[in-house]
Design a protein around this ligand. Structure first.
Ligand SMILES: CC(C)(COP(=O)(O)OP(=O)(O)OC[C@H]1O[C@@H](n2cnc3c(N)ncnc32)[C@H](O)[C@@H]1OP(=O)(O)O)[C@@H](O)C(=O)NCCC(=O)NCCS
Length: 163
């Protein structure tokens, strides 16, 4: 059995989320680490991959509007990377969005974060831009979405239509 096959994805309620902070400590630094910890406490949905009773990865999700979903952070414990855990979490996130009526999903990644962009690309996300998003949503609306998504300089926005 591979790690991926042995992992289950569960919802983590607010009161249990502090138990996932160590994964963020291993995965992010500086501003991202602080922001990811704050988001962990406040975000709508946190799903974790559990392997042999222990969390090994997590994803944080938010529905920005009734039909737009955002993948805030996805992270896997160092010892469990490259075994398909993040892919499992992302597939679960897309199912979660679809069940909630979400029609398009966004994620932002640092321009040079190859593992992260490869992960999202493997699930059909492609690069988009402010100009492209505003063609559909309008300038003001897109500005608001960028603010909620906290897209910062040096990041690229990724997009996937959910059928
Ligand atoms: C990005 C991250 C979540 C990937 O987790 P993972 O469990 O190792 O990823 P998976 O094993 O599920 O791989 C998923 C896909 O991404 C690709 N990928 C993963 N790590 C990669 C790497 N280091 N280089 C290139 N591609 C990589 C895999 O090839 C796979 O694609 P495929 O299915 O087409 O083969 C993990 O490296 C991590 O936690 N990084 C630190 C936190 C971070 O940067 N998060 C993303 C921004 S929020």
């Amino acid at each position: 059995m591979t790690e991926q096959e042995g992992a289950v994805i569960v919802d983590i309620p607010v009161e249990k989320r502090a138990g996932l902070e160590w994964i963020l400590n291993e995965s992010f630094e500086g501003w991202y680490l602080r922001h990811s910890k704050g988001t962990l406490r406040n975000v709508d949905v946190v799903r974790a991959a559990i392997l042999l009773g222990k969390p090994v990865g997590l994803v944080m999700l938010k529905t920005i509007e009734s039909n737009v979903g955002y993948v805030y952070y996805i992270a896997v414990a160092k010892a469990h990377r490259n075994h398909g855990i993040a892919k499992l979490l992302l597939e679960d996130a897309l199912r979660h969005f679809k069940a909630a009526g979400v029609e398009e999903a966004f994620a932002s990644v640092e321009e040079d974060n190859e593992p992260s962009e490869a992960l999202f690309a493997s699930e059909g996300f492609t690069r988009t831009s402010f100009g492209e998003v505003s063609k559909k949503h309008g300038n003001i609306h897109t500005l608001n979405m960028y603010r909620v998504m906290t897209v910062v300089p040096g990041e690229v926005l990724l997009h996937k239509a959910i059928a």
